[in-house]
Design a binder for this molecule. Structure first.
Ligand SMILES: Cc1cc2nc3c(=O)[nH]c(=O)nc-3n(C[C@H](O)[C@H](O)[C@H](O)COP(=O)(O)O)c2cc1C
Length: 344
């Protein structure tokens, strides 16, 4: 990336770690004199939730729910907060983030650093209701919680936040919490989802319990994906977010083997996972929500994911490389794209 391109994205002059640490403050500053922005393209309603458009902020961007009102000034259709764990926790040790501008790849090994449920609960309760866009909460387990007890962390978080957020995203697909992905194995999966479903359904006064989505790993085999989708349909989950970061490497990767890659390198894999899921689900999809994330780098990628069958799309790495203007860029290109298809 050349100097002038970097000038419009000054955070790219900082180290990845510094840029990451400063991002919440910088976004607050950049949003200070802006108003809430509605960018309406392909609006939709799903289970009482209204989306002005189909593009949202992915999990991990606003881990602590510090920037929700700031994001509302840039026009996303929804925002996913977290990953939040019951107790606060620090990041994994050592270097936890890296990036390559030219290849548009981000590497991270964060391990759910966050302020914990108590603080984030108070913060989210100070946000205006009704929410300007739907707020999804991505939840995970603390790193010291065993796999046998993992469901208890998720149930605690569901019980705590059920009246505060619009939907939950269950995260057992991060590669950065030791052993977490094992919860997809037959030994745990059905039993684990059973606990989650009971917690969602047991709200005493809820007419509309918050929908519950599962975030998938891009590194599953087709057989594992089939088992995962079939079991989550059987257990009554409301949809999926596909996908998290990948542990796959092309052999000569400049990044450490541990940790997950996102951005351009994930594009083909996430797109294929979406196609596979559409095929595997077939008519069982019914009104389940499908959110596609991973390697969405340009507006055409957003429209393509919707074309393949996603209801909603999210971005993380593109926000690092392009900034929060990406939501407006997609909005601007949406009119021409859908006009040419005769859908406007
Ligand atoms: C630095 C970083 C931190 C992330 N943290 C989380 C997280 O806390 N929870 C989560 O579910 N996904 C997290 N993700 C994964 C993203 O939500 C997304 O699934 C992935 O990056 C693929 O999208 P992208 O190619 O648009 O970045 C993180 C990704 C990055 C790059």
């Amino acid at each position: 990336m050349n100097f002038s391109a970097k000038l419009s994205r000054p955070w790219l002059f900082l180290s990845p770690q510094k840029a990451h640490d400063w991002a919440p403050k910088a976004l607050k500053l950049m949003s200070k004199f802006r108003r809430y922005r509605t960018l309406t393209w392909k609006p939709m309603t799903w289970r009482h939730l209204e989306f002005h458009n189909r593009l949202g902020v992915a999990g991990g961007v606003d881990k602590n729910g510090i920037n929700i009102v700031d994001w509302w000034t840039w026009g996303p259709g929804f925002i996913e907060i977290g990953t939040v764990t019951p107790k606060p926790q620090l990041p994994n040790e050592g270097q936890i983030i890296g990036r390559n501008f030219n290849k548009k790849i981000v590497w991270n090994k964060m391990g759910f650093p966050n302020d914990g449920a108590d603080i984030i609960y108070k913060r989210l309760n100070q946000i205006r209701t009704p929410h300007f866009t739907p707020i999804f909460l991505n939840i995970g387990k603390n790193r010291n919680t065993s796999l046998e007890e993992a469901h208890k962390d998720y149930v605690t978080l569901i019980e705590r936040f059920r009246n505060t957020v619009d939907a939950f995203v269950i995260n057992i697909s991060s590669p950065n919490t030791e052993g977490l992905r094992e919860l997809f194995n037959t030994t745990y999966f059905e039993n684990f989802l059973g606990h989650i479903k009971n917690a969602i359904d047991s709200g005493k006064y809820d007419l509309n319990p918050p929908p519950c989505l599962l975030k998938l790993s891009p590194d599953m085999s087709i057989e594992d994906l089939r088992f995962c989708l079939e079991t989550s349909v059987k257990m009554g989950l409301d949809g999926w977010v596909m996908t998290n970061t990948t542990t796959q490497r092309d052999g000569k990767s400049e990044f450490p083997n541990k940790g997950g890659l996102s951005g351009q390198v994930l594009s083909k894999i996430s797109r294929q996972r979406l196609r596979d899921s559409m095929d595997l689900l077939g008519s069982n999809r019914k009104d389940k929500l499908i959110v596609s994330v991973g390697g969405v780098m340009e507006p055409e990628d957003v429209f393509e994911r919707i074309e393949i069958g996603a209801d909603l799309v999210q971005v993380y790495s593109t926000i690092i490389f392009e900034g929060p203007w990406f939501f407006e860029k997609v909005f601007n290109e949406s009119s021409l794209y859908y006009a040419l298809k005769g859908e406007l």
